[in-house]
Design a protein around this ligand. Structure first.
Ligand code: DC
Length: 223
């Protein structure tokens, strides 16, 4: 069986648009595999931070990616045999990941790793360039977004639940800066591709968004 025969749903969009939550639930509903591509960039960032490598040191960052010993088990994320699920979710790690994500050599290094997640019965992949670069032949491409205020307030809630204090105004500013960087880099920038369906989740609950994605997938399979 060719990889091309394995169905893929891509979910791209800006930070804190709810991609991870939705992708996980859709994967569960369909029995699909799940690729959290941002976690790969975050793992490279974490490995580099642990070695005190500066984000401007492109060659060292690419070397780290080449040797990356990453693991995804259940919902947890591993680096060199250590569960780093919480460490990769920090704002500092996301910030570092966004800074190194502009290196074309890093993106090429991570390309096959991401495509290897494509296995039967199917895959849902979330990130920035899933539909545009990694799985251009996906069965369904979705661009998921929400207003900046709503995304900041979701991120705020997530952080508070983890006992991390955060200020909404600072979060709005940080999200804006990250989106700006992710959208304006020359290599695989975040943008809604022409063949992606826009799904604005502002004001929608998680169950409503999941149901909408499942409907869109059922439609795409008929086409
Ligand atoms: O989705 P996330 O916040 O976990 O991603 C962290 C950073 O990684 C994000 O700011 C940009 C980068 N990224 C990317 O460039 N391409 C992807 N497919 C996924 C993430």
């Amino acid at each position: 069986m060719d990889k091309q025969d394995v169905p893929v749903i891509t979910l791209d969009g800006p930070s804190a648009s709810g991609k991870g939550t939705i992708a996980r639930l859709v994967a569960q509903a369909l029995g699909f595999h799940y690729l959290d591509s941002g976690a790969l960039y975050r793992l490279v960032a974490l490995a580099a931070m642990k070695r005190n490598i500066d984000a401007s040191d492109e060659q060292s960052v690419v070397d780290i990616a080449r040797q990356l010993n990453a693991g995804f088990r259940g919902g947890s994320i591993w680096l060199d045999g250590e569960d780093v699920s919480d460490d990769v979710r920090t704002e500092a790690c996301g910030e570092y990941a966004s800074r190194i994500a502009r290196y074309p050599a890093l993106r090429i290094e991570l390309l096959e790793r991401q495509r290897n997640f494509r296995k039967l019965p199917g895959l849902i992949a979330d990130g920035r360039d899933m539909g545009s670069v990694i799985f251009p032949d996906a069965t369904l491409k979705i661009y998921l977004t929400a207003s900046e205020e709503e995304r900041a307030s979701r991120r705020h809630k997530q952080l508070m639940e983890k006992g991390i204090n955060a200020n909404i105004t600072d979060l709005i500013q940080a999200l804006g800066a990250r989106d700006e960087r992710d959208s304006n880099r020359s290599s695989s920038p975040l943008q809604q591709s022409e063949d992606a369906c826009l799904l604005d989740t502002t004001g929608l609950g998680i169950d409503q968004v999941v149901a909408r994605v499942l409907d869109m997938y059922a439609e795409a399979c008929k086409a």
